[in-house]
Design a protein around this ligand. Structure first.
Ligand code: PMP
Length: 415
């Protein structure tokens, strides 16, 4: 390790996140990202890695996408963050473009982060229904702010005594319609919040009929359906929004991460009119100084423009097929270890035959030149998040390195 890297790790351990530094090093991962370009990152020591983490889709369009950087540069010629109290062209245009991608929605309320956009979604549902209770999926993840934290994994909320009052935040298993029906039966639930493909649980795919069934239950019991598309939206599944792939029109759709183009933080809750009553009656019902910053809106608009190109969604399908075929060959070859490939567009989860298998794989892939992260709530599953613009050569290079990682990991386990 270079002295410079040691210095940064020590500083981070002392002043930023001691436990995280310790844990990653314990796993054998001492990554400090320096240079980054396209879908490659370089450790400050100089080692190059293929990025299959993409920070949950922040880098859907690659690191430092030149078109996105240009949009920010152009914005900087005339704009700044703006004043959130007033209408602005950048915000109005991004809102119109966003809701045009999400049938049934009409308004975009902006936030600086996905968690805060979830806050807006839950608050809107509570206002619309005049109910408090929120049902979400066990082992879901919606951010670390107040309501979002309470809606997510109970252990994470308990760390900060943020679970909410008894009965306020109810968690049910994913893909279990009977449990959802029971949770909604009292007609007292404001909203069901659900990641379309739960990322932190390792991307288990919704079973046929599950999400439409949840939507039907919401309608029957007067609850709002909030689709958390922070990770699954913006083209990753080959559709604008993964809910479209599964045949659901949500009352509220939350986006974040990729909307930033990896360059300027921005997130949004898209509201159908029935969820947006407060916007009609209280202009300052929810405000956020940095939510919908004008520079971020210009960046977001560019992200939408790029994503809308037909060749981009075609590429997502091609990448999904190519990686899927290569992974299937490896799954057959290493069937005792790589036991399941979950795949929906470039949303992929790889399950290994050990409850902490993906932690081991993350380390060996790191050594083999790929950075991919295990799923926090199910470390048997590796989140394998491919970029939306990668080409065939990159896919093949990744598969070669992945095979190398598999060899290293299985050899280490055998030894
Ligand atoms: N929802 C999902 C599905 C997420 O993955 C995340 C972030 N990992 C969030 C919400 C919260 O986003 P942020 O970190 O921007 O608050």
């Amino acid at each position: 390790m270079t002295d410079e890297k040691r210095r940064i790790l020590d500083l981070a351990a002392r002043h930023v996140c001691p436990h995280r530094v310790e844990m990653l090093q314990g796993l054998g991962v001492d990554l400090v990202i320096g240079r980054r370009e396209g879908y490659r990152i370089w450790d400050v020591d100089g080692r190059e890695l293929l990025d299959f983490h993409l920070n949950g889709g922040v880098f859907n369009l690659g690191h430092r996408n030149p078109e996105v950087i240009d949009a920010l540069r152009q914005g900087l010629e005339t704009l700044d963050i703006g004043n959130h109290h007033f209408p602005s062209p950048a915000r109005a245009e991004l809102a119109a473009a966003l809701v045009a991608t999400a049938p049934g929605t009409q308004y975009a309320v902006f936030a600086p982060s996905g968690g805060e956009a979830i806050e807006i979604a839950i608050k809107s549902a509570r206002h619309a229904t005049q109910r408090r209770a929120v049902v979400s999926i066990r082992n879901g993840y919606h951010g670390h702010t107040g309501l979002a934290l309470a809606a997510g994994d109970e252990r994470a909320a308990a760390l900060f005594l943020s679970q909410g009052a008894a009965g306020e935040f109810v968690h049910v298993p994913f893909n279990d319609l009977a449990a959802m029906a029971a949770a909604l039966a009292g007609d007292d639930v404001a909203a069901v919040v659900v990641e379309t493909i739960p990322a932190t649980s390792g991307f288990p795919l919704p079973e046929p009929g599950y999400l439409p069934g949840v939507k039907a239950l919401c309608e029957r019991h007067g609850a709002m359906y909030i689709a958390d598309e922070v990770q699954t939206g913006l083209g990753r599944t080959g559709h604008w929004w993964a809910v479209q792939r599964f045949g659901v029109q949500p009352d509220i759709l939350v986006t974040g991460k990729g909307l930033s183009g990896g360059i300027y933080p921005i997130a949004a809750a898209l509201l159908a009119p029935r969820a947006a009553g407060w916007l009609q009656s209280d202009g300052w019902g929810h405000v956020s100084t940095f939510g919908g910053a004008e520079l971020g809106c210009r960046v977001g608009l560019k992200v939408l423009e790029i994503t809308a190109r037909p060749e981009v969604l075609r590429n997502v399908a091609a990448v999904s097929e190519r990686l899927g075929a290569g992974l299937e060959v490896l799954r057959r070859q290493y069937g005792d270890w790589l036991v399941e490939v979950r795949r929906c567009g470039v949303v992929m989860g790889l399950r290994f035959a050990n409850p902490r298998g993906a932690m081991l794989m993350a380390k060996h892939l790191y050594d083999a030149g790929i950075w991919a992260m295990f799923a926090g709530f199910d470390p048997s599953v590796l989140q394998f998040k491919a970029g939306m613009l990668i080409d065939a050569a990159y896919c093949d290079e990744a598969l070669t390195r992945f095979a190398d990682g598999l060899r290293r990991c299985t050899a280490a386990l055998a030894g």
